[in-house]
Design a protein around this ligand. Structure first.
Ligand code: GSH
Length: 224
């Protein structure tokens, strides 16, 4: 069995899948798909994911897109006694993990589309919606309230929901967001995720180049 991950490390959802692979202790082959040079639109990648989005996973005959579906699949297929709590099989516990994975899509929309507008800035020379921080703050407050009651997103132990929520929030680093201290429970949880032994390998420095380009494009656009 050779798992193949098609990914660009700038992708938050791709990094969550990378962390899931590491949390499960799985080996895999990495195929880089550079989004800035549009490698995701190349015919060979469109055969893997016709939507042209990363991440995508190939596991023998299975070609799978959608990061959350990939993470669930990896846990369903490869979790062991020691790692099964990442995506618990008891329906009630799993339902809460699923709830947090789905609400992660809402947070992603608030941050990526409603505020940072990363795709529009990078590809179409537009500006972020700097004024539009209400949705971001609402999402962070939702997390902070939740983490007041729970050590992790879905209870008292780490699940894949944490690995997704964290990369989504950290994407705010694109604009050097610095309000984390207003959400102390969330901040304490972020520190725990960042202490995971596979965290650095999957995340550190991964958005630096694209962040530089993103911020330079914004400055250029503001001069016009
Ligand atoms: N819902 C999808 C979103 C995938 C997605 O939008 N990926 C972005 C990177 S984070 C991408 O590939 N963008 C390239 C493009 O849209 O051209 C998932 O969770 O996998």
């Amino acid at each position: 069995m050779v798992l193949v991950l098609y990914n660009d490390p700038v992708s938050p959802s791709g990094r969550s899948v990378h962390m899931t692979l590491r949390a499960l202790g799985l080996d895999f082959e990495w195929k880089n798909v550079n989004l800035i040079s549009s490698e995701n639109r190349l015919p060979e990648f469109l055969k893997i994911n016709p939507r042209g989005k990363v991440p995508a996973l190939v596991d023998e005959d299975l070609k799978l897109a959608e990061s959350r579906a990939i993470a669930c699949y990896l846990c369903n297929k490869y979790a062991t006694e020691g790692t099964k709590s990442l995506y618990p099989s008891e329906p009630e516990k799993r339902a809460i993990v699923d709830q947090m994975l789905y609400s992660g899509e809402w947070m992603w929309e608030e941050i990526y589309i409603g505020y940072l507008r990363v795709r529009w800035v990078l590809y179409y020379g537009e500006l972020p919606w700097f004024h539009n921080t209400d949705g971001v703050r609402e999402a962070l407050k939702y997390l902070d309230d939740r983490l007041k009651e729970n050590a992790y997103m879905a209870g008292n132990h780490l699940t894949i929901a944490d690995l997704f929520a964290h990369t989504t929030i950290r994407f705010l680093d694109m604009l050097d967001f610095d309000e984390y201290s207003n959400y102390p429970h969330m901040k304490a949880w972020m520190d725990k995720i960042e202490a995971l032994d596979y965290y650095d390998e999957c995340n550190n420095g991964k958005i630096d180049k694209v962040k530089e380009k993103y911020q330079a494009l914004i400055k250029e656009r503001q001069k016009q």
